[in-house]
Design a protein around this ligand. Structure first.
Ligand SMILES: Nc1ncnc2c1ncn2[C@@H]1O[C@H](COP(=O)(O)OP(=O)(O)OP(=O)(O)O)[C@@H](O)[C@H]1O
Ligand SMILES: [Mg+2]
Length: 229
């Protein structure tokens, strides 16, 4: 499903590579957790898989297609339709309602990804209900709790029924109990909707719930036996 080979990523001005000859294979319907110290490159890695960052060397292939070979419209379709990304900070727009935030991609897309506005709003309410926020559609994100905002961010990522969900610290800003609810939500998506999940996390509830746990160390992923640490 997701295949990275020999991937290197260096930021301009930095002497060392954040990702160095990194390899990763994620199978269809897998739930992979990625752990690693702050600054180890976890967000960088998710942005490569999500097609947000193309300044890498090596192979990044998703569903059999190299991301560096997609043209702009194919990349935009990939980003919009195949992969859902939940960012480390929720990235919700406060001047829009939750419904508009969730439907954003569809409402503002161009060309074939653009959808009828009434349909998009209905779909937004449907995914909001799916994450346990049936009445949030008309509210501003700023009026919601942190856990609720995280759910809106997840709903937005799920809008187009992506095959892959990339989550960056989905419980990072939440208390234990609220975090557990978000973990349950991700597990449901994984088990019932068969979404392939790659989650960056420090939360052992996630790494324990999912399948493999990979450690990002010195720019590469290591599989270790035993519990995440
Ligand atoms: N746009 C950028 N320009 C230059 N350096 C960057 C940029 N983004 C990230 N970095 C650097 O790359 C390294 C990895 O950053 P990244 O955000 O991927 O880490 P992370 O593992 O997600 O950390 P955290 O757990 O704190 O979120 C850090 O040293 C960071 O300073
Ligand atoms: Mg990060």
């Amino acid at each position: 499903m997701i295949q990275l080979e020999n991937v290197c990523r260096r930021y301009a001005g930095a002497d060392t590579e954040v990702l160095r000859n990194l390899d990763l294979q994620v199978g269809r319907r897998e739930f992979v957790s990625i752990v690693g110290r702050s600054g180890s490159g976890k967000t960088t890695l998710l942005n490569l898989i999500g097609g947000l960052d193309r300044a890498y060397e090596g192979l990044v292939q998703v569903e059999g297609r190299r991301l560096d070979e997609l043209d702009d419209s194919e990349l935009s379709a990939y980003r919009n339709l195949r992969v859902g990304q939940v960012f480390q900070a929720y990235h919700l727009l406060d001047h829009l309602t939750c419904r508009e935030n969730v439907a954003l991609a569809a409402l503002f897309a161009r060309g074939r990804e653009r959808r009828d506005a009434a349909w998009a709003r209905r779909r937004a309410d449907e995914v909001l209900a799916g994450v346990g926020l049936p009445d949030a559609g008309g509210r501003a994100p700023s009026t919601l709790s942190g856990g609720e905002r995280q759910r809106v961010a997840i709903a937005r990522a799920l809008f187009h029924r992506p095959a892959i969900l990339l989550c960056d610290e989905p419980t990072g800003n939440l208390d234990t109990e609220t975090g557990r609810e978000v973990v349950e939500l991700l597990l449901d998506l994984h088990l019932e909707e068969e979404v392939t999940i790659v989650a960056v996390t420090h939360d052992t509830a996630i790494s324990a719930a999912g399948g493999r746990v990979l450690h990002l160390v010195d720019g590469r992923l290591e599989e270790r036996g035993g519990a995440a640490g």
